[in-house]
Write a protein of this length. Structure first.
Length: 180
């Protein structure tokens, strides 16, 4: 049994990304993993203020912002597997998911334990190559943290959940969840 944390970054709670997340979650639970899902776009998570209070000697050692990141960050730090799910926004992840990742900073070295990472990425355009820039960001982030990307679902041509339902991407997400 692995501890799996899903960070879902879309403000659409019933959208494309949410459908991919549901399927991966069902697949992972079907093989006995413990899965915690956080819809970070609907939580209160402010951007990193770069105040460095979390790193100052004699300082609080934690983020000065008292919001939902305390519980999300603690769950991520304790996870064996992290799933990042986001629609493509102007060639990148959503700002809500990026704010969440930036706040990993205040968890310091506790984030740098080896983890497996899976990506669920959706975009409206037809060419999956549109997802290359955001994949590069996740690759660089994982290299910094010592995490390893183990699988990706690249759901191009999916402007909404209706378009996604006509593809095999949800089944791929389910099977990926089972293989975690
Ligand atoms: C602000 C915004 C920016 C977007 N930028 C892109 C883009 O650069 N390329 C693309 O293919 N689709 C783009 N899209 C389309 C979304 O990626 C697509 O509709 C996705 O399925 C939405 O997922 P969701 O329902 O989980 O929010 C954009 C949508 C929005 C709202």
């Amino acid at each position: 049994m692995k501890k799996v944390v899903i960070l879902a970054g879309s403000p659409h709670v019933n959208g494309t990304t949410a459908a991919l997340v549901e399927h991966l979650l069902y697949g992972a639970q079907a093989v006995g993993h413990k899965v915690d899902r956080f819809n970070v776009a609907t939580l209160k998570i402010g951007g990193c203020k770069a105040c460095m209070a979390c790193r100052k000697p004699g300082g609080p050692g934690v983020c000065v912002q008292k919001d939902d990141m305390a519980k999300v960050g603690a769950a991520v730090a304790a996870a064996d597997v992290v799933v990042f799910a986001t629609p493509l926004y102007y060639s990148d992840m959503t700002s809500q998911l990026k704010a969440t990742i930036d706040r990993f900073f205040s968890f310091g070295e506790s984030m740098k334990k080896p983890k497996d990472v899976y990506l669920l990425l959706a975009c409206g355009g037809p060419d999956p190559k549109a997802l290359t820039p955001v994949i590069s960001v996740f690759e660089a982030m994982c290299a910094y943290l010592g995490w390893t990307i183990k699988g990706k679902v690249l759901a191009s041509c999916c402007m909404d959940a209706g378009a996604l339902a006509k593809t095999q991407h949800c089944m791929t997400a389910y099977e990926m969840g089972q293989k975690i």
